[in-house]
Design a binder for this molecule. Sequence first.
Ligand SMILES: [Zn+2]
Length: 254
Amino acid sequence: MFADVHCHADLYQDFNDVVIRAKQTGVAAIVAVSMDIKSMDTIIKISKQYYGFVFPSLGLHPDACSRTTEMDLTKGLELIRSSSKNLVAIGEIGLDHYFVKSREFYPWQEKIFREMLRISQELNLPVILHTKGAERLIFKILEEYRLENVLIHWYTGPKDLIDVGTKRDYYFSITPAITYSKKVQYVAEKISLDHLLTESDGPVEYDKIRGEPKDCKLIVKKIADIKGYSEDEVEQKLFENAFYFFKSKLGKSY
Ligand SMILES: [Zn+2]
């Protein structure tokens, strides 16, 4: 069985077909992450609709900072608090200094990020992090919080922080980019099997092919090739990791 621990379920036009293909491939759980205040509501609706298969993770994404208002942040925090017993994590949250070029947004991005970290600490929920272009700053900020479980999604460098993350017990999720990206392959090689997870980040495209939860099978195969394990071993271990990371909440949410 496979778990897609990072999927933008609300961004597919044909999510029901995506779910059918995922189930046919052996996917047993999808963690749906939000981007902004609007997608928070949609993610909750989808998680109710696909009860026991899609599990909600709510958060405000750094790339959405320019369209996120003070009121959205307040509302988002209220929604997280009121639905906390059904959430498996806080995410997708973080900082982005790569796609977000306008520096005037950085303080606001950090303010949102810190509020998200504060609430995940308060509610004892794991975090799913986007770190693009701000990896060092994020690793520094994380030291100020006592967080349950930390997942770095689609990490591509700098290389030296992989050791820091390992020492701090962070988890790393691998996308279908493992099929062509040397940086992603390096992460899969360096991180021990008990701290790896699979994700589609769908509907993001990989080599012009849209990512879907069903791709977790392909990711497992590639990790098995890189690390020299059997596919079955990797499949079983990574599913166990997901169950452990989300504190056994996959299976019981909405
Ligand atoms: Zn994402």
